[in-house]
Design a protein around this ligand. Structure first.
Ligand code: NAD
Length: 348
């Protein structure tokens, strides 16, 4: 199967593309490489790529693919809040256009990397895919809008599915420290302290990036009628944690680490527990391999081996918002996040 993976040079893409290749998928990437200076450790072997902004994709870019796995975009709430209209432009308008081009080019399947943030502040009850969509940020809203548009575009020759990923964790050479478990382990290792900004009660489902890769592959291979127009929560029911439980796991993983709560800590608005039973029932071949404790150990080992520093923890390099702001300040991106020296993308 020939697959175009957009956003293949990001946190998730850098890990799942080698998994796809190892399983025999023929992968081409598409990315405008916003985070190429944010590498932590060794990068995997390159795959053929189209170095381009997703907003500049042309019909010819979609020729000859069987499927698209769409990861490219502004990947969290803080980036989304930089400018709400930009979030819709990149995460919705450009992605919907990409999907239309894909359908016109005869691509058979389009999988979106959606998010559990579509549930917003669902509270303490488990929410499954039929739960109310109540996104509270531009990022979350852009995910809902794209999934709905993909549903409208789907048809007998164009299968669409929406992977509502839990918050990702785990080692990637395009490390992100703006994700809760990655951040807690980094803080514990470099400072001996985990500082929790909320009261620690909010629920957060988490999933390892490799298990996200396994979910994508299972859905790429599934018979059309099992996945057509389907949303899947991606994770495991037992991997819903309260923030304070995650901190406790990290405290037990990193010797000599303490947990402290902000003085004025209150509950965080973002709180949801997700039921991931649907993917387990529909695609039993999807077998997640990770849990928070194993992930904390993997991160701790990687930080020690590669040498994470307190400057890395505090600085912008491994936080998406910080990097993007730095690229704007340096004149590399304009305020619409177009590359200044390269208005039109090129194939490399
Ligand atoms: N990491 C998570 O916890 C998580 C959870 C749920 C959903 N997701 C979604 O999965 C996807 C990938 O997430 P990630 O953590 O790898 O994010 P990331 O920020 O590390 O990677 C995003 C990639 O997209 C590229 N990109 C951004 N804007 C682009 C544009 N205009 N044109 C072309 N490429 C562009 C970036 O260069 C980067 O390589 C995102 O859509 C994100 O919303 C992530």
């Amino acid at each position: 199967m020939r697959v175009l993976v957009t956003g293949h040079k990001g946190y998730i893409g850098t890990v799942i593309v080698p998994m796809f290749v190892a399983e025999g998928f023929d992968v081409v990437g598409l990315d405008n490489c916003l985070f190429e200076e944010c590498t932590f450790g060794e990068l995997p072997p390159e795959v053929p790529e189209i170095r381009k902004d997703v907003r500049d994709v042309a019909a010819a870019d979609l020729d000859g693919f069987d499927a698209v796995v769409h990861l490219a975009g502004l990947s969290n709430d803080p980036l989304g809040n930089l400018d709400g209209s930009l979030t819709y432009e990149i995460n919705f308008d450009a992605a919907a256009r990409l999907a239309r081009l894909a359908k016109d080019a005869g691509v058979k399947r389009f999988l979106n990397s959606s998010s559990c943030s579509v549930y917003g502040s669902a509270g303490d009850d488990m929410v499954d895919e039929t739960g109310r969509l109540d996104p509270i940020t531009a990022y979350g809203k852009s995910k809902v809008m794209l999934d709905q548009e993909l549903s409208r575009l789907s048809g007998p020759n164009f299968t669409t599915a929406y992977l509502r990923n839990a918050t990702a964790y785990g080692f990637s050479p395009r490390l992100r420290l703006d994700l809760v478990l990655n951040d807690f382990v980094a803080a514990a290792y470099t400072t001996g302290r985990i500082h929790i900004k909320s009261d620690g009660t909010p629920w957060r489902p988490i999933v390892h990036i490799e298990d996200i890769g396994r979910a994508f592959m299972a859905i790429l291979r599934a018979p059309q009628d099992t996945v057509q127009q389907q949303a899947f929560n991606i994770g495991l029911n037992e991997e819903n944690y309260q923030i304070r439980e995650l901190a406790e796991i990290v405290r037990e993983t990193v010797p000599g680490c303490e947990i402290e709560y902000a003085a004025d800590a209150g509950p965080d608005k973002r709180c949801y527990r997700v039921d991931c039973g649907k993917i387990a029932r529909t695609l039993p071949e999807f077998e997640p391999k990770w849990n928070a404790r194993l992930g904390a150990m993997q991160l701790y080992d990687a930080y020690r081996r590669i040498g994470l520093t307190k400057e890395d923890l505090d600085g912008p390099r491994y936080k998406r918002l910080g990097t993007v702001k730095g690229l704007i300040d340096a004149g590399i991106l304009d305020d619409r996040l177009h590359r200044v020296e390269q208005a039109v993308g090129t194939h490399v």
